[in-house]
Structures are given as structure tokens and as C-alpha cells.
Design a protein around this ligand. Structure first.
Ligand code: HCA
Ligand code: CU
Length: 406
């Protein structure tokens, strides 16, 4: 599996999260800084838009290409249309990986000048031949934009005609309405990611790239379906930035794929902490914080309810199927605090013996739990009455409840 990070291409098509009346822009310095970190985190390709008629953009692109000369596992890919203008801009950057795209669905073709499928094929072949005549050793990919709303006969025509000319096909779910697998069809004519990826891979004999927008909240399941069907390259964008509600970040994709069995391998290949920091830093550029329920946020390793906290204190993986490599946090100031969390906190505060000692002494344990239950109930009640409770208030309740305990 390889990751194609599209922050500087798809990401710059996003609405600016801070001002909401303008687009996202990354300066040259920001791009160089982020690119270096993206490469270090284990990402394979960084996609940029073809710098057409932009001397400044061209210089930025050249510097990005230059930067990736010292990152052997990461290359710059240039995204562009099948026009001489875009191909020339691509060639000028010095990059060797070209990501061509063209809308193939009826909706998309209607919106883009009613171009025919035949015309798309002719233009693309001409552009590829032109690019290859100018430089050897190019890696060329074609993306059938809006692939999942493209009638299958049209998609077949494009794929069969272009297969001899390209190294890779991308199947983007541009409008985010694809479903992962055929059993999940809501309408007869809906095409699932699994079916299309598998079919086009076999038909073309080429590798498949997948790019899934999250309009229906199905982006990650769709990525998993594409992987299961044999896709090899997956598009991501830091902080999900992209048209509308964007595409998954590399961190989210990796977390969706991570299991107990492959966690070690993933750790070797990717730096999740760095990918998380990238999400955080790009969010911060727009004055935002990652949402509290971010897939790698603080919340995912906390336990709050009495049942959860008690189980986690007994076994640290009781509520962790993801193998997060960090210490879990027990929340003891809440409306659902239980006695185990309170006892744990009381030990931390030093007002009762350490947990290990209590565990070995049944009589002591009973007495601790009696008081802890009383404290937990008072914490819950206070939280409900006030509509909130701070850790300090909970600590006070715990201290009072254990007064005179020995
Ligand atoms: C877009 C195009 C794209 C292209 C993806 C690709 C999409 O919306 O501008 O070329 O692989 O979602 O189809 O991002
Ligand atoms: Cu897109």
C-alpha cells in the first residue's frame, strides 16, 4: 500500500476553515516545511497541482522536487489536465510522476463542456505521447474523475483505450456517494467500490489508486473496500482538507487499517505521531483544534464510566481494540464515576495505601470500596446538580469521604 498525500492539491481546493469565505492557501515556506514532515512520516507521494502560468508556483514546485531528492521514499506527483499547457508545466517542475485526470461521468462531462468519451481518450493519448516524447522514464497515471457515477460502459471504454499508455489508474469517488460493497446498495444502479476496483484492475492489468470524498461519511469504509479489492495507492489530505468535506487524512486511513496483528509493521512504516501533529498543526493554521473525538485524540485513550474505568484498571486493553501505544487516562470527575476510579484516585492522592497493597488485603479492600462508593455517589450527584464537576471538586469529595480512614 502506498499513500499519495494531496494537501497541496486537493487541500488547496478546500474552504478556509477559519474565515469561511475564502480558500485554503499554503505559502511556499509552509509547503516546504510540511512536505519535509510528510515525507519523514512515511508517505510515498506528495501531489501538487500543475503550476500553469505561475512562475511563483513553478519555483515552489521545483523546490519541492529538489527537497524530495533527499527523501528516497517520497516523490512529487504533478496533477494536471491533458493539455499541452499542463504537460509543459509538469515537465518544467522536473518531477517524473504525472497524475492526469478527466471527468468521465455524464454529470461531470455535462458540467465541463459536454466533452465526449472519445474526445477524452484522444486528448489523453495525445497528451501522454507528447509528455513521453519530451522525457523518458515518466510514470503516468490517469484518474477517471467521478468514476463511481460513470456508466460502466463509458468507464470500460476509457480504461481499455488508455491501459497501454498508463502505469496506474485512479478511481476517485469525487462526489462521495459510493458505497463500500454490493450488499450495501441502496439503489440498484449504485456501483460499489469493491466491485469497480476489482473489475477495473482486472480489465486494465494496471495498478489502482483510490480517492474517496467523505460526503456521505463513507470515505474510510470505501478505502478499506478498495484495499480489499486490490487497490495499491490511496489519496489522503492532512486535516481532511479538500473540496467540500474532503478526504481522509493519512493518520485516519492508517488507523482504519491498523489491527493488533499489523500494528508493529505499521509502526515501522509510518510515524503516526508525526501524522497526528501534522493534522494538529494544519488545524492550528486556521485557528482550529482537532475535534475531541479525533481518531487519535486524547479521548480515545480515556475511560470515564465506572464500568469502563474498573475494567481498564484490571486490564489495560479492556476497552482498547486499537493497541494505542499510550497510557490510558481514567476520568474520575464525571456523572458516571465509579468506586474503582475513586479508589485509584485516592491512592494517587496518597490518602489510602497504593493499589497493589489494597489488592492483597481483602479486609482493607472492602473498607476502601465502601468509602469509595460513597465518594463516587457524591461526585455523581454533585456533577448532576451543577451540570459539571472539576477534578478539584472531585478530589475534595474524595478527601472528605476518606477522612479518618486508616
Ligand atoms: C477534483 C478532482 C479530484 C481528482 C482526483 C484524482 C476528484 O475534485 O478536482 O485526480 O485522482 O475528487 O475527483 O480530486
Ligand atoms: Cu478530490
Amino acid at each position: 500500500m502506498q499513500i499519495n498525500e494531496t494537501l497541496f492539491r486537493e487541500g488547496q481546493q478546500a474552504l478556509n476553515p477559519k474565515y469561511k469565505d475564502r480558500g485554503v492557501v499554503f505559502s511556499r515556506n509552509e509547503q516546504l516545511g510540511y512536505a519535509e514532515r510528510i515525507a519523514r512520516a512515511g508517505v510515498h507521494y506528495i501531489e501538487i497541482g500543475a503550476p500553469v502560468r505561475s512562475p511563483y508556483g513553478l519555483e515552489t514546485a521545483k523546490q519541492l522536487v529538489e527537497l524530495t531528492r533527499s527523501t528516497p521514499n517520497t516523490q512529487i506527483a504533478v496533477h494536471g489536465r491533458a493539455t499541452t499547457e499542463d504537460i509543459d508545466a509538469f515537465l518544467a517542475t522536473g518531477a517524473t510522476r504525472l497524475h492526469l485526470f478527466r471527468g468521465t461521468s455524464n454529470e461531470n462531462r455535462n458540467g465541463n463542456g459536454n466533452i465526449s468519451i472519445e474526445q477524452i481518450i484522444t486528448d489523453t493519448i495525445r497528451a501522454i505521447e507528447y509528455a513521453r516524447s519530451k522525457r523518458d522514464g515518466l510514470f503516468i497515471r490517469f484518474g477517471a474523475e467521478d468514476a463511481f457515477r460513470t456508466p460502466i460502459e463509458d468507464l470500460e471504454k476509457v480504461i481499455i483505450a488508455l491501459a497501454p499508455y498508463v502505469d496506474l489508474f485512479s478511481l476517485p469517488d469525487t462526489t462521495g456517494r459510493a458505497i463500500p460493497s454490493p450488499e450495501l446498495k441502496l439503489e440498484i444502479q449504485q456501483l460499489s467500490v469493491y466491485e469497480i476496483v476489482e473489475y477495473i484492475r482486472e480489465l486494465s492489468g494496471r495498478g489502482i489508486q483510490f480517492h474517496g470524498h467523505n460526503d456521505s461519511g463513507l470515505a474510510l469504509p470505501n478505502y478499506l473496500a478498495a484495499l480489499a479489492a486490490g487497490a495499491e495507492v490511496f489519496d489522503t489530505s492532512v486535516y481532511h482538507l479538500g473540496e467540500r468535506n474532503g478526504i481522509p487524512s493519512a493518520k485516519d486511513l492508517i488507523l482504519a487499517l491498523r489491527t493488533k496483528n499489523n500494528a508493529q509493521l505499521i509502526k515501522l512504516l509510518y510515524n503516526l505521531d508525526e501524522l497526528h501533529r501534522l493534522d494538529q498543526d494544519v488545524a492550528a493554521k486556521f485557528g482550529q483544534e482537532l475535534p475531541p473525538n479525533d481518531l487519535y485524540g486524547q479521548n480515545v485513550t480515556t475511560d470515564t464510566s465506572g464500568v469502563h474505568a474498573a475494567a481498564t484498571l484490571n486490564h489495560h486493553l479492556a476497552y482498547d481494540a486499537n493497541g494505542y501505544d499510550r497510557e490510558r487516562q481514567i476520568i474520575f470527575a464525571s456523572a458516571v464515576t465509579g468506586k474503582a476510579a475513586v479508589a485509584y484516585r485516592a491512592s494517587q492522592l496518597g490518602i489510602i495505601p497504593p493499589a497493589a497493597d489494597i489488592r492483597q488485603n481483602a479486609e482493607l479492600k472492602n473498607r476502601v470500596m465502601e468509602r469509595a462508593l460513597e465518594a463516587a455517589m457524591r461526585i455523581q450527584e454533585t456533577a448532576k446538580i451543577q451540570g459539571d464537576i472539576s477534578p478539584n471538586e472531585a478530589d475534595e469529595i474524595i478527601k472528605v469521604s476518606f477522612q479518618g480512614f486508616n
